[in-house]
Design a protein around this ligand. Structure first.
Ligand code: DXP
Ligand SMILES: NCC(=O)COP(=O)(O)O
Length: 243
């Protein structure tokens, strides 16, 4: 299983003072040294954390794959076509949101999603769609030509009671199986932490986890390389049981 480390919230600290530290490029190099499999960055339309220059720097300097999270906004699409990340993950964006609140509705936005997928793939960029674990969204993702889906794990992560968490985990398990049966690559992310990651990492159809906020929070106390190593260890332990 691959671990993509989302470094958005390194930039959150920098943007709190609109200054020049901590720099995401430095975090990305430490993440690479810690043997993570990729870097994930979300270039939001409001630039609340990651800035355009951060994306260009990481794409140019870091060797491990860059997964650029992006909305369907034309300005952002054009930047993605210029940066040429290894992968683009299409996500919904609402200005007032604190963080991503749900999956992209690829059924309601089929025409625009199809157009953006064609343009990104035309530049050799792999395309993943960040969607809720719902069969009709998964089926449409396949129909639209996505290479992968990223299952939104927010409902699982935010579940307050064990029964609710179990139900949300079952949805993820079923969704991963269905997506795999359609030939999609299956990723997952949002709200995963050191406490809740293992049951999701144990879903064998899932190839990649994208985790950010929890790793950056841990890194404040133990350092970036240790925070990444601890998460990699938990994922390895969960997958080992599958072997
Ligand atoms: C799509 C997703 O779940 C996250 O990767 C996204 O980046 C969350 O947005 P913030 O990083 O701004 O919280
Ligand atoms: N797509 C999920 C991601 O990149 C990181 O989300 P989070 O761990 O910061 O919630």
């Amino acid at each position: 299983m691959r671990l993509g480390v989302n470094i958005d919230h390194v930039a959150t600290i920098r943007e709190a003072r609109k200054t020049n530290e901590p720099e995401p490029i430095y975090a990305a190099l430490l993440v690479q040294e810690a043997l993570a499999d990729g870097i994930t960055m979300h270039l939001r339309e409001d630039r609340r954390h990651i800035q355009d220059r951060d994306v260009y720097q990481v794409r140019e300097i870091v060797k491990i794959p860059l997964n650029l999270e992006m909305s369907l906004n034309e300005e952002i699409v054009r930047i993605a076509l210029d940066v040429k990340p290894h992968q683009a993950t299409l996500v919904p964006e609402n200005r007032q949101e604190i963080t991503t609140e749900g999956g992209l509705d690829v059924v309601a936005n089929s025409d625009r999603v199809s157009e953006v997928i064609k343009r990104l793939k035309g530049e050799g960029i792999l395309v993943s769609l960040f969607i809720d674990p719902q069969e009709w969204q998964i089926e449409q993702a396949k129909n639209l030509g996505a290479d992968a889906i990223e299952l939104h794990t927010g409902n699982y992560a935010n579940a307050k009671h064990d029964m609710e968490k179990r139900l949300e985990l079952e949805k993820l398990i079923d969704a991963a199986k269905y997506a795999k049966s359609l030939g999609l690559h299956v990723h997952a992310g949002h709200g995963l932490t050191y406490e809740n990651v293992k049951p999701v990492a144990a879903i064998k159809e899932i190839e990649e986890l994208n985790i950010g906020h929890s790793i950056i929070a841990k890194s404040v106390f133990v350092g970036m390389k240790e925070a990444v190593s601890l998460m990699r260890q938990l994922i390895h332990e969960a997958r080992w049981k599958l072997a």
